[in-house]
Design a binder for this molecule. Structure first.
Ligand code: FES
Length: 158
C-alpha cells in the first residue's frame, strides 16, 4: 500500500471501528476509496474490528465484487446470463479470448483491461449487453465490440 492508501485506510478504520456490523460497510468504503482491498490491509481491519484475519479474508473472497488487486485501466463486464447467451455473448467472450487473450476474471497482459462476467445488466431485451467502464452497450455485435476495444486502446479511455 502507498502512504496515501495507508492514511485513507487509517481514517476509514477510525470512522467504522465502533459501527455494529462494520465489516461489510468498511470493506466497501475501502474499495470505493482505494480501488481494492489489499491483503496488506487485512491485519489492520481484523485488529480494529476484533475479528480474525481468516474471517476478514473469508468475507472478501465470498463477495465477487471485492477485489484484492488494483483495477485495470478499463473494466469490461460481459453479461453471460441466459438472454445474452442466447443472443451471442459466448461468441463475444470467445472473441475477447482470441483478440486480447483475456478470459473471465482476467486482464490483458498490459494490465489495461479486465474482463468480468456478470449475470444480467437489466438490458435483456437488447441482448447481448456489456458494460465498459460503467457505460452500458446493448445489441453488441463482434464488429461493435472490436470498435469499442479500439477506442480504448486509441484514446486511453472508452
Ligand atoms: S441477460 Fe444479459 S442483460 Fe439480462
Amino acid at each position: 500500500m502507498t502512504t496515501q492508501e495507508q492514511e485513507i485506510l487509517s481514517q476509514l478504520l477510525q470512522q467504522y471501528r465502533d459501527l455494529p456490523g462494520a465489516l461489510l460497510p468498511l470493506l466497501h468504503a475501502i474499495q470505493d476509496a482505494i480501488g481494492h482491498v489489499s491483503d496488506d490491509a487485512v491485519p489492520a481491519i481484523a485488529r480494529t474490528l476484533n475479528q480474525s484475519q481468516a474471517e476478514v479474508r473469508g468475507v472478501i473472497s465470498f463477495y465477487h465484487d471485492f477485489r484484492t488487486t488494483p483495477p485495470a485501466a478499463h473494466s469490461l463486464r460481459l453479461c453471460r446470463a441466459e438472454a445474452c447467451q442466447s443472443m451471442g455473448s459466448e461468441a463475444l467472450a470467445a472473441q475477447l479470448r482470441a483478440q486480447l487473450g483475456v478470459d473471465d476474471h482476467g486482464h490483458t497482459a498490459d494490465g489495461q483491461l479486465e474482463l468480468r462476467p456478470v449475470y444480467c445488466l437489466g438490458a435483456c431485451a437488447c441482448a447481448p449487453a456489456l458494460q465498459l467502464d460503467g457505460q452500458l452497450h446493448a445489441r453488441v455485435t463482434p464488429e461493435k465490440l472490436s470498435a469499442l476495444l479500439a477506442s480504448c486502446s486509441k484514446e486511453g479511455q472508452c
